[in-house]
Design a protein. Sequence first.
Length: 275
Amino acid sequence: MALPAQDDRTMPAVVLRDLDQRPLEQALAELHALTEQSGHVVVICSRATPVTVVRRLYTLRSLLESDRIAFFRPDLPPLGVAVLARQLRQLASCDLSPGVLACAGRLLTHYIHAGAVLGSVARLDRVPVGLKAHARSWVPGSQFAVLAHPEPQLVRIGPDATLKGPEFSTWMLVAKGQLPGDWVAALAKEWNVHGLRETPLPAESPRWWGTGRVVEFCSYLADLSVLYQLVASVRQSSCHWCGIDVIGDRCVFCSAVPPGHEPPAPRAPEQHTPA
């Protein structure tokens, strides 16, 4: 799912459609042309993306033998993934190197609060669900509020139900499925968000949440200057394997981590020659 641009500077998204259904040669030509045109490509996809699509992505990168293609599958619900992708598109207009921009996704994930209102948690396996919640899922009219990230939370919706939100100012994006969004609107006021925007429900959301009776929401940082300051304030280093500039402890392009510092070898005892 590609969200509309936040501003005039936001880079356009490229959606790689039906990778597992099109001929391999066609998908290969598309990704090769995109890499040549852009220089580097960061492919962001949900963990709910079908296994056949993920396998095709790795096959394509292997056939291209390219170290300029990075895959990033954040542990976020589909709407959170779409928000993160747009944040990286915003940052792509700044003076950040490809490696730093690609690694910024892991950093910005920490500032995203993503959840949903569900009509049932009987098939929810992304968040711990107790036996009582499972049993209440079968009661007609029951609804549950779930926060999947950054800290799992689950409550049955009632007069006093709430979720712990961010401790900083955010915007909120809401995607309505087969449930009304009144409770999410009340949560937005409680979280004191700058504003509430709506968008269609991502196609992968019912699979991720285990039900189509869902209203997905995500609070996020929308200001480009704030996003840039967060990323630019992190110390940069060069990947010891591929040499690209990175932030954090892992290169998104080659998956290398800094080598561990081995303790110095013990000194051999000095041998004294008898006089």
